[in-house]
Design a protein around this ligand. Structure first.
Ligand code: FAD
Ligand code: NAP
Length: 319
């Protein structure tokens, strides 16, 4: 086995949290290495318009913003590696981590910025039809449904944005929500209701995604009304499940020293990014079940780097 790649500060994840930690870590002289994971740039790579990241008066594109963050991190000296961590040993320092291709990493401080992944409804028919009409990313797959009927499941910002985005490709978009009130912010709701290409089905849940015989793709959705119990069927060619995201903490399921909350988010000590393991810091969506925004992820990424720097100084490491 090759010798471990040692770094003082290792950062898992290349979303806004990981890249902000990298920028601050590099400028503090910690020469951080970022392992970017299977989604370089993180969740914003799956969206188009970003209107609420401070500093840009015009609408910017999510992938562009992440390219800029990456370039800035590299510019100040962070090293960004194309790998994904599959195993961690946080029992002693330096911490040791195993990459997908067998590379071993060793570090004095670890910043976990693994973000979140799309949640699924958990239906068997959903699993069978994923990639065959059922998707969790309209920005990625909406184009395949040009001129066809599509549906979006969910009532949060993501679902509403996905429904609006899909009207670029389809004149027949149905938003299906389990309650009679959306969770999405008001400005998005106003845009949704003003869009004549979008219908909303309230108090409705998916019972089954229905496959056609030839080709074996989605042809419709069996639904039920949560108030009346009435069953219905919606003919659609594509359906986008947008019911939120779950923290990406599967990697730590064997690491009982790293405390997670009931929903799997990493617990941090009040007002800091310090986890239950000394020298391990967490930032971004993986530790934030409330705000989950690019700007808050970037903010806690900055905090993680500053917390890590302070920790190393207290331990006698100098940059
Ligand atoms: P993420 O962006 O989720 O990045 C996680 C990173 O961790 C990825 O690079 C991944 O590859 C990496 N990773 C995961 N596991 C491993 C591993 N085992 N090893 C190494 N790396 C790993 N927020 C806004 O403020 N404005 C918006 O307009 C907006 N639009 C959005 C639109 C959509 C469709 C979605 C889904 C979210 C949107 N958000 C928006 C929310 C925003 O994207 C997130 O809050 C933000 O990306 C969280 O950043 P993060 O760095 O914590 O995690
Ligand atoms: P979210 O806010 O958690 O909303 C999830 C939606 O899915 C809710 O409406 C929820 O219904 C519904 N849902 C959850 N489980 C369901 C199930 N099993 N069956 C049917 N419906 C289900 O998730 P999100 O919309 O992905 O947003 C995540 C975070 O990213 C939020 O903080 C959001 O603000 C942020 N974000 C921001 C922007 C932006 O700023 N423009 C864009 C996208 C995302 P209930 O309402 O009934 O709970």
């Amino acid at each position: 086995m090759s010798a471990p790649l040692y770094t003082r500060m290792l950062i898992l994840g290349s979303g806004p949290a990981g890249l902000s930690a990298a920028i601050y870590g590099a400028r503090a002289g910690l020469a951080p290495i970022v392992v970017q994971g299977i989604q370089p740039g993180g969740q914003l790579m799956t969206t188009t318009d970003v209107e609420n990241y401070p500093g840009y008066r015009e609408v910017i594109q999510g992938p562009w913003l992440m390219e800029e963050m990456k370039a800035q991190a590299e510019h100040v000296g962070a090293k960004i590696i194309w790998d994904s961590i599959t195993e961690v040993d946080l029992s002693q320092r330096p911490f040791r981590l195993l990459g997908d291709g067998g590379k071993v990493y060793a570090c004095d401080v670890l910043v976990i910025a693994t973000g979140a992944q799309a949640r699924w409804l958990g239906l068997e028919s959903e699993t069978l039809l994923r990639g065959k009409g059922v998707s969790a990313c309209a920005t990625c797959d909406g184009f395949f449904f040009r001129g066809k009927k599509v549906a979006v499941i969910g009532g949060g910002n993501t679902a509403v944005e996905e429904a609006i985005f899909l009207t670029n490709h389809s004149d027949d978009v149905t938003l299906i929500h389990r309650r009679e009130q959306l969770r999405a912010e008001q400005i998005l709701q106003q845009r949704l209701f003003a869009n004549r290409k979008i219908k909303v089905m309230w108090n409705t849940v998916v019972e089954r995604f229905v496959a056609g015989d030839d080709p074996q793709g989605l042809i419709g959705i069996d639904l039920s009304d949560t108030v009346t119990g009435a069953a219905s069927h919606l003919l659609v060619d594509g359906c986008f499940v947008a019911i939120g995201h779950a923290p990406a903490t599967e990697l730590f399921r064997h690491e009982s020293r790293l405390e997670l909350d009931a929903e799997g988010y990493i617990k941090v000590q009040g007002g800091t990014t310090q986890t239950s393991i000394r020298g391990v810091f967490a930032c971004g969506d993986v530790m934030d079940r409330i705000y989950r925004q690019a700007v808050t992820a970037a903010g806690t990424g900055c905090m993680a780097a500053l917390d890590a720097q302070k920790f190393l100084a207290a331990e006698g490491f100098t940059s």
